[in-house]
Design a protein around this ligand. Structure first.
Ligand SMILES: [Fe+2]
Length: 139
């Protein structure tokens, strides 16, 4: 299936559902990290490791390699490029935080940064990028 023939509304619906799941996890992590409870934050990260590792990688792959190329022409490469750059930052922070949690040495500042960035990034995708993409792909 080439990107042009994807059922984009369903794809974006699935991506938004995954955003909700990762935000729920990161809100538990951020709540613990915010009060300095590295043990609880690390436990939450470890419990959600599948979502944060393979799940997040596949989610980002669909956005970067399938959705963004299909909408970049209509919305502008600057816009999709900015989201793709944030994916690089998100994965870098995710790697640092998951490795720290696994080694019982959670980097709290990086953990809080990841929580804030993922919250703001996914909300901007859901509320700005995807609605604009739906409009562009329909038109
Ligand atoms: Fe994204």
């Amino acid at each position: 299936m080439t990107p042009d023939f994807q059922p984009w509304p369903e794809v974006m619906g699935t991506l938004s559902k995954e955003h909700t799941e990762v935000r729920a996890l990161l809100s538990r992590v951020g709540e613990a990290a915010g009060r300095g409870d590295a043990t609880e934050a690390a436990w939450q990260i470890t419990a959600g490791r599948d979502l944060l590792s393979g799940g997040l990688d596949e989610h980002i792959r669909v956005e970067d390699d399938e959705l963004f190329p299909a909408i970049a022409g209509a919305l502008g490469e600057g816009i999709t490029g900015a989201f793709a750059e944030e994916h690089v930052r998100i994965r870098r922070l995710r790697d640092e935080v998951v490795a720290g949690a696994t080694a019982s040495a959670l980097p709290l500042a990086a953990c809080l940064e990841l929580c804030d960035l993922l919250e703001s990034h996914t909300v901007r995708e859901d509320e700005m990028l995807f609605p604009a993409a739906r409009q562009a792909l329909e038109g």
